[in-house]
Design a protein around this ligand. Structure first.
Ligand code: GAL
Length: 428
């Protein structure tokens, strides 16, 4: 029953989208052939559009197209960070038996509780065997894309979510050292505030960016084991440490830019890039944005450090692609998935995206210092799944958590936040 909640929320979203009229990616009424684009078309559905998001995808598509000139790739991306809009469009299509050939989905509960539990995905065990992939991806990652011992998708990247990027010049000019603990962070932030610089950039036009900050404070307060227990329902949301995390989250919100609600993540990253703000907690797609879109230099213009009190941990966000049931050209789609899982594809995509390759045997020389440091940290730290990016809990819970966080950002009422999370917990 619990498992079905995520799907029910997605289907509800789907109905809202359908009621608003369908776009070309979600046309429920089109006939099957028109929808699938024929056997030679591979339609890739994601939310990677625009600056900081699409460079890696476009490079991947180009290479795949070059190697498979008999196939036609359709890029069906729907804008909106963290899948804000794409997930609803996807739900409409899945509900209408009009799946894209393959779609972006986070490993963990977003894949398992929404689509695998609803019996909408093919298993990919055979593909992993044919390509000899079982020891090419970390076991923890294969576990994230598996359910009941069967594998359901191919990870293309590993993003780290507990990173703070900072403007090096702003730190230097204000005599700030990299803060390692919450108290050091607060001391640095107070100093910056006095100097009239926004300490922490946030753009929560889409509320997942604030949820990311909250999940990292939760990780800092609970530690990796209990953080995971919280989302398994083994620790209650009114646990003292969760309450403390909410208070600390509230404190961090004292340091954000006033116009946070009108900015998206790229807009907030710009504040750090131009020195109006000092720090940004964002997944490392922000590194891709800084380097590829804003022409900043890693470790010269911007630096990075683990979110305070979480340097031994790694909040993992992995984008994966699977094979939906009901596509009329599964063999062609598997060609794309095989490409996606290759070192060639991963080393094209990840240096542009800011992430590290999901494969263990990728070519390190293709990555900058940030990538190399992150590959090392990935091996040496404890991995925890991200809530904001679909791995830790079902979509149903995440939707409510995002709403509760959104209200908290304006009201800062700890009891209301805790109560809302408690109420949503049965949907995890
Ligand atoms: C995440 C996704 C990343 C990036 C980010 C911002 O959910 O895993 O690849 O696209 O959203 O949109």
């Amino acid at each position: 029953m619990k498992k079905l909640y995520g799907l029910i929320v997605l289907l509800a979203l789907a109905m809202v989208v359908a009621a608003c009229g369908s776009d070309d990616a979600g046309g429920k009424s089109a006939d099957k052939d028109k929808k699938s684009g024929g056997k030679n078309q591979v339609e890739i559905f994601s939310w990677w559009t625009g600056a900081g998001e699409e460079d890696g995808l476009l490079a991947l598509i180009d290479k795949f197209q070059e190697e498979n000139s008999d196939l036609k790739v359709k890029n069906a991306a729907v804008a909106g960070g963290a899948g804000t809009n794409a997930k609803a469009v996807l739900a409409t299509r899945m509900q209408g038996d009009d799946p894209p050939s393959t779609f972006q989905v986070h490993g963990g509960e977003e894949l398992n509780k929404s689509w695998v539990a609803a019996d909408k995905m093919e298993t990919l065990d055979g593909l992993y065997k044919e390509n000899d992939w079982m020891d090419k991806f970390p076991k923890d990652l294969i576990d994230l894309v598996s359910s009941d011992g069967k594998i359901y998708s191919v990870p293309v990247d590993i993003h780290r979510g507990n990173v703070i990027f900072y403007n090096k010049k702003v730190f230097k000019d204000n005599g700030i050292d990299v803060p390692k603990t919450f108290d050091e962070f607060v001391a640095a932030a107070d100093k910056l505030k006095k100097a009239d610089i926004t300490p922490l950039a946030m753009g929560d036009k889409e509320s997942w960016t604030a949820t990311m900050i909250f999940e990292n404070v939760l990780l800092a307060e609970l530690g990796p084991d209990d953080y995971q227990k919280l989302f398994k329902g083994d620790i209650a949301f009114d646990d003292k440490r969760v309450v403390n995390a909410a208070k600390k989250f509230g404190k961090l919100l004292d340091y954000i830019n006033d116009d946070h609600a009108s900015r998206n993540w790229q807009d907030s990253a710009q504040l750090v890039a131009n020195g109006d703000a000092a720090m940004l907690n964002m997944g490392d797609w922000a590194k891709g944005y800084f380097v590829n879109d804003l022409d900043l230099k890693t470790n010269e213009d911007f630096g990075y450090f683990a979110f305070p009190d979480t340097d031994k941990d790694f909040t993992i966000i992995t984008d994966t692609f699977g094979l939906p049931k009901g596509v009329d050209n599964p063999d062609q789609v598997k060609k794309f998935l095989t490409f996606l899982g290759s070192t060639e594809a991963q080393d094209i995509f990840n240096p542009l995206k800011g992430s590290i390759p999901a494969r263990v045997d990728a070519d390190e020389s293709k990555y900058d210092d940030y990538g190399k440091d992150t590959m090392k940290d990935f091996k040496e730290t404890t991995l925890v799944p991200s809530l904001a990016h679909g791995s830790a809990a079902s979509e149903g819970f995440l939707t409510k958590a995002n709403q509760a966080v959104n209200i908290f950002v304006t009201q800062k009422d700890v009891d209301t936040l805790i109560q809302a999370l408690k109420n949503a917990a049965p949907e995890m």
